[in-house]
Write a protein that binds this ligand. Sequence first.
Ligand SMILES: [Fe+2]
Length: 340
Amino acid sequence: MGSCFSTTTKSTSEIAPFDLVVKPPPTTAAPTPAKTPASSAATVRLYGPSNSLVTSYLRFALLHKGVSLRFIPSEDQKPTIQLGSETVTGSQEILIRYIEEKFPEPRLMIWKFNLEGFDEATPLIVKMIWLQHRSMLWHIERMVRWSEDLAARGGKRAVDPSVGTPKMEIRKFAKSYTMLQDVMVEHAQMEERILFPVLESVDRGMCKSANEEHGRELPKMNGIKEDIKSIGVLDSGCCSEALYSLASRFISFKVMCKAHFEEEEKELLPMVEAAEMGKEKHKKLLNQSLQVMRETHSRTFDFLLEGLTPQEAMQYLDLLMKFGDQDLISSFLSSNIVVD
Ligand SMILES: [Fe+2]
């Protein structure tokens, strides 16, 4: 998965290698899209502003198609796709249709949410929370694998030279964990401030167990953070035991979070739909949630999207583009503008 807005080296390099950045081609009017499907081996060039939701949406659509993609950041607000001799510029809809015609498989299924058990009536906040759970779980599982790998190497240098020295690797690990913790804390705050009060107002006591679990997660997360800090100050090569203990803490944290997310998804989220609020109320809840999760949707937005499949990431971006308050979304994007 890849980057959308921030300057974090890892995720950006996966999707938009800046060593491959070239000048955008001269813009031409959108040709009539050719009906012939293109080979997925063909390289697609996508030009557009790197801090735009539409550009991100197109990037994830192309990633979903499994094409070879070169993203070239450009000042032009209208994104452009270049495939062979064809250059298409236009609205998100035009470009999505072009992508779908050129690369029919796998289908985007963008016209409605197709997540497990979801349909058009599923409340927006439920879709958002469900997708956030997917991303957080993916990141927790990644940290488990990474900590196990670190422990197995006994703090010795990784095979991949780009990881750097063991000290550098621990710093990267700590940075990744901090982002995960920030997202998880904001997610829990959003549920406690926005979701739980709505559910409690229709049936008091409904969120008691989920609330208590949030209370147990925080000390666990802080404990892991302390462990990582103390490993960071140890000399490399002599912290095998500490690394094994960190890996086992991550495993038990994963088990705890997985069970907690499942409980919320089975016991609480269906109740939002059952509470029979109108569409406007659902939109309001979504925007209130976004307000609480400001950092996640600006500074750590790349990180959040990185934990989703391209299809899921597009659905998340779709939620923001269709139902997010424009001023709010703009304030998220402007806080991510890269200044050289
Ligand atoms: Fe949750």
